[in-house]
Design a protein around this ligand. Structure first.
Ligand code: AMP
Ligand code: ZN
Length: 430
């Protein structure tokens, strides 16, 4: 199903022509209106008229998260200070957040992209859409809400309330689609199990849209099995409107990034050099239609790669592979680079493992992983637990080249975050 078939299936040469026009326009606007960019362009000796092809985008300066924090609160506005109609901030936990402003058109475009994404994943106006993400400064709640309303669903703005209340809403209003954090979806599945509720029989769920934090294919499969739903990966970030930047189509084979709104590059995160299509690196995005706060070559820190083959669904916008993590998430333990996702893949593909885990770095440079058991886990013999522990340790060591200390803990015993899951605690005395 298409929301905007013409834009979604635009032939690539036309799409690229459109991108170039919008890129030129964006560069012209920020050179005129944003002193931050005027200065950066001057430092690199680049002028708007130098951008004559999409390859010329490489001549433009990067924008980083640190730049956004540096010019906080509103140094990147390309409109008068009274013009934006909405403020959102990123969900960073330390220091000042990154503030992003929206004009009326920016809100309209975000809602359109969101509707486009949801319809692409099979949402229809017959659906009852329970939005279990937080409303407020975080974009995930409001922007998704607008998108689902635009599709014509009955939208339940549940927010991240208690599981008890979520369940009541699902039962009373016949919820068919969820927007939910993947870590919370796993937790919620455990809650239903405890209640003796079988979602396939007792609820009417059919789809879940999960995102806002890294998660693995194994986690998707677990949520699908536990809740009896089709799960679609939703990617976005506050700096680029929030959700609706890239989303899976019904094939569930990569996330279409909406290239008529964002110009996409993949960089080597260390050198900042562009990488050939298909190679994994840092996603760098330039807004092509943003009014209030255009961003040039924003370094997302998210690690992914482009799937070069066209998608059988007929959409021409490139697909991204699942985000494997943020460049900043990389842990260095005993000199070895480790992404938490490598650990999650192994844990979530082990049936005796439950739904939550936490990685603790401690001592001089040691890694411990606390792993919840599946509910039935503790009924097993003590030797079985010892065997499981040994097997997990070996698998993890083979994958990571570091031997972690694995602790098996009862189902439901690890803390669950209010918002995005916090998977790593670093208490090293290094
Ligand atoms: P925020 O701006 O607070 O919404 O956070 C955006 C960040 O969340 C992104 O830059 C990613 O690091 C992460 N994120 C969002 N969606 C996904 C996803 N589907 N998979 C992996 N990471 C995601
Ligand atoms: Zn597709």
């Amino acid at each position: 199903m298409f929301w905007d078939r013409e834009s979604e299936t635009l032939a690539r040469p036309l799409l690229e022509q459109f991108q170039l026009r919008q890129l030129q326009e964006t560069v012209r606007r920020v050179a005129e209106r944003v002193p931050f960019y005027r200065q950066k362009f001057a430092e690199l000796g680049v002028k708007p008229e130098d951008i004559n092809s999409l390859d010329d985008a490489r001549r433009l300066p990067f924008t980083t998260g640190a730049d956004l924090r540096g010019i906080y609160p509103n140094g990147l506005l390309a409109v008068e200070a009274h013009e934006p109609v909405r403020l959102h901030t990123s969900s960073g936990t330390t220091g000042k957040p990154k503030a992003v402003f929206f004009s009326r058109n920016d809100i309209h475009n975000s809602a359109e992209l969101m509707a486009r994404s949801l319809v692409m994943a099979g949402l229809t106006k017959q659906d009852v859409f329970q939005n279990m993400m937080s409303y407020g400064l975080f974009t995930g709640g409001l922007i998704m809400h607008y998108g689902a309303e635009r599709v014509g669903c009955l939208v339940i703005p549940a927010g991240p309330g208690t599981s008890e209340r979520q369940l009541m809403l699902m039962q009373d209003f016949g919820t068919t689609a969820l927007h939910i954090l993947p870590s919370y979806a796993l937790y919620f599945a455990g809650f239903l199990e405890q209640r003796g509720i079988n979602p396939r029989k007792d609820l009417t769920l059919r789809k879940a849209f999960v995102g806002a934090e890294p998660h693995t294919e194994e986690t998707r499969q677990r949520i699908e099995q536990a809740l009896g739903v089709d799960v679609y990966n939703s990617y976005g970030l506050t700096e680029m409107n929030g959700p609706g930047v890239a989303f899976e189509c019904e094939r569930k084979a990569g996330l279409h990034l909406w290239e008529d709104h964002f110009f996409l590059e993949i960089m080597d995160p260390a050198s900042g050099e562009p990488l050939p299509q298909g190679q994994q690196g840092e996603l760098v995005l330039t807004t092509l239609r943003r009014e209030a706060m255009p961003l040039i070559r924003y370094r997302t820190r998210d690690i992914t790669s482009i799937i070069p083959e066209p998608c059988p669904c007929g959409r021409t916008h490139h697909r991204l592979n699942r985000i494997t993590g943020r460049a900043d998430d990389m842990l260095i333990v005993r000199g070895v680079n480790i992404f938490p996702q490598q650990i999650e893949r192994i844990l979530m593909s082990t049936p005796q493992v439950g739904r939550n885990y936490v990685i603790i770095l401690e001592g001089l440079d040691d890694m411990a992983i606390q792993v919840e058991l599946a509910a039935a886990g503790f009924d097993g013999e003590v030797e079985h637990l010892a065997t499981l522990r040994r097997q997990l340790t070996e698998k993890l060591k083979t994958e990571l080249y570091v031997r972690p200390k694995v602790d098996l803990v009862p189902a439901g015993s690890l803390p669950v975050a209010e918002g995005k899951a916090k998977r790593v605690i670093d208490r090293r005395s290094l």
